[in-house]
Write a protein that binds this ligand. Structure first.
Ligand SMILES: Nc1nc2c(ncn2[C@@H]2O[C@H](COP(=O)(O)OP(=O)(O)OP(=O)(O)O)[C@@H](O)[C@H]2O)c(=O)[nH]1
Length: 568
């Protein structure tokens, strides 16, 4: 796993490993004392604490690069398991205790020798990959789209047209693109290869990821003629999509958007980690954080429910044996709350007895990850589950045509923003947008072409607005945008720019080429006291804009004049 954007991560992980080594030598000392107590007069509780110590060691040593220590600890744990923590240790006769002492002592000898071979600077091969790649850098610029086209005029036109949709595009040579393939992991970069440039064959050389490198830089072929042979060759060489001549730009943009959304979903996620071993928890947190996953560690289970309410996780990773608590009971407790019924809960456990695993799963969790879990396996398992959780929540919250928030959710967002403005005193804007004469578009070119226009505006808004802005489809051809931390002047400037770009987009239907415009009304959320008042103000401004000629932006400015002001 490369340490993207995190040059200090290898050092942090190495520090955690050093801490683990110190703890390991303390644990070995304690285990020896516990073994000695077995054959002394004062043996009460020795078996139980040795068992728990070995269990913890078995689950954590592998994570810190010491799988042999983990395996030996697990073997010893199994020896103690049948007798550990029995109510009355005096029921064990002295012969039995002596045999346990022998087994434990020779196991400890092995553990000491394995630990002796570890040095604090012990080599962790995964650290070699550190800091390999920041973001795609080509000629000093950062780009989301790389355009490879032998025809420079056509490439410039495509660049310009795509930048109207808000994409940063860069014209590059095939060689430069091939360089980007090797370093474009997770960067959300897409390459567009214009015919007759051929998609380079999928390479079998693999690096840190198990995917062929080319699959990590998605390539869309654009232009050229449409035939089965052409499509087959492109598919064979690893292209992700094909847009033959004449290139339907809205379709291409939509595919790029969808790919980016899938990639973002696939790598992001919010995870609550319930783990009482602080070093192990921190190790998992760092590893997941590197993969773009936000982690909140809960080491005090009494704070679990309040942390979940505040953090809104996509997934819970839960240690099964916590200090004084059982992860199984905690999982069941989480399910008391209807809002968490479908939340994935995964146990992290060193329990390898399938019956016990099954029993634990039947009590509220969805899966087991066996400790020690490798960093790569942990990241992949979490990513897959976060992706599924996000797809499900998107299905519930997003409008199917545009992928924007549904009406009820964007209204709810506005209400939250009104409350935040009142609480923090910051400025925010709300915008109501509506396509102009859209009925004519549908009547002239049909509903499907109308849908393409709606989707194009959605894509433009997504690309042009900040990530923190919230965009919803408010009605058929009406959109609502909430811009937190944005004052009226900035909102007006951004919306004028978007209105101008939108009117410049050329749509095609058969032989026809046409343009569509939009009208927008803007109001200041902080100047009004309720969400409904903000909506009414934005709607009044929009109405005024429609009345005064459409294709532009009107701002509702509260004050003595309390009247909308025009901006074209
Ligand atoms: N293609 C398509 N059309 C839609 C959708 N939702 C609403 N519409 C159409 O949008 C059009 C809205 O028409 P009107 O409310 O008369 O507004 P307009 O023609 O845009 O006129 P102004 O808003 O006054 O500029 C109607 O024809 C609806 O059928 C949709 O999801 N897809």
């Amino acid at each position: 796993m490369p340490y993207t954007n995190a040059p200090d991560m290898p050092a942090k992980l190495a520090r955690l490993r050093e801490r683990f080594l110190v703890r390991l030598s303390e644990d070995l000392e304690c285990l020896q004392k516990e073994a000695d107590r077995l054959v002394s007069d004062d043996d009460g509780g020795a078996l139980c604490s040795a068992y728990h110590r070995l269990h913890r060691l078995a689950g954590s040593a592998g994570t810190f690069g010491m799988p042999d220590v983990g395996r030996t600890a697990r073997a010893l744990e199994k020896v103690l398991k049948p007798v550990a923590c029995i109510e009355d240790e005096s029921r064990l006769d002295s012969g039995h205790k002596a045999r346990l002492f022998e087994e434990l002592s020779s196991g400890l000898q092995v553990l000491r020798s394995l630990a002796g071979h570890q040095t604090s600077s012990a080599h962790d091969p995964s650290l070699d990959k550190a800091n390999v790649f920041d973001r795609t850098r080509l000629e000093g610029k950062q780009a989301r789209l790389l355009i490879v086209d032998e025809d420079t005029d056509r490439a410039s036109l495509l660049c310009r047209e795509l930048s109207s949709y808000g994409f940063d595009s860069l014209e590059v040579s095939v060689d430069a693109m091939m360089t980007a393939i090797d370093c474009a992991e997770n960067s959300g970069v897409v390459a567009l290869l214009a015919s007759p440039v051929k998609v380079p064959k999928v390479r079998t050389v693999r690096n840190s990821s198990s995917d062929p490198a080319i699959l990590r830089l998605p390539i869309f072929a654009v232009g050229g003629h449409d035939s089965f042979d052409n499509r087959y060759e492109l598919a064979e060489n690893g292209a992700r999509g094909f847009f033959p001549d004449p290139i339907q730009l809205p379709e291409l943009v939509e595919r790029i958007e969808k790919l980016s959304a899938d990639q973002a979903r696939g790598t992001r996620g919010r995870v609550i980690l319930v783990e009482d071993d602080p070093d192990l928890a921190e190790h998992y947190r760092l590893v997941l954080h590197l993969a773009g996953i936000d982690v909140r560690i809960v080491n005090d289970p009494t704070r679990l429910l309040s942390d979940m309410a505040a953090f809104r996780p996509d997934l819970v990773l839960m240690d099964v044996q916590l200090d004084g608590y059982s992860g199984v009971h905690l999982a069941r407790m989480i399910r008391f709350d209807a809002q968490w019924l479908s939340l994935p809960i995964i146990y992290l456990s060193s329990e390898d007895d399938p019956d016990i695993q099954l029993d634990a799963l039947s009590k509220g969790a969805d899966d087991f990850l066996m400790k020690p879990v490798s960093d790569d396996y942990l990241v992949r398992s979490v990513q897959i589950r976060c992706l599924r959780a996000r797809l499900l929540s998107d299905l519930m919250n997003q409008d199917s045509l545009t992928g924007l928030l549904k009406h009820s959710l964007i209204k709810q967002t506005l209400e939250q923003e009104v409350a935040r403005c009142r609480r923090d005193g910051h400025t925010s804007a709300v915008v109501m947008l509506d396509l102009d004469h859209f009925k004519t578009v549908n009547d002239t070119w049909g509903h499907m072409v109308g849908d393409t226009v709606i989707k194009s505006l959605a894509n433009l808004l997504r690309n042009r607005l900040r990530e923190t802005d919230l965009i919803g489809r408010y009605g058929g051809e009406e959109f609502l945008v909430v811009m937190p931390g944005c004052d009226l002047d900035d909102a007006e400037r951004v919306m004028q720019d978007i209105a101008a770009s939108f009117s410049a987009l050329a749509f095609t239907a058969g032989q026809d080429r046409f343009h569509v415009t939009l009208s927008a009304g803007i109001a200041a959320i902080h100047a009004l006291s309720t969400a409904d008042e903000s909506l009414n103000a934005a709607d009044t401004a929009l109405y005024r804009r429609k009345y005064n000629g459409r294709n532009g932006v009107t701002v509702f400015r509260s004050g003595p004049q309390n009247a909308p002001q025009e901006a074209h």
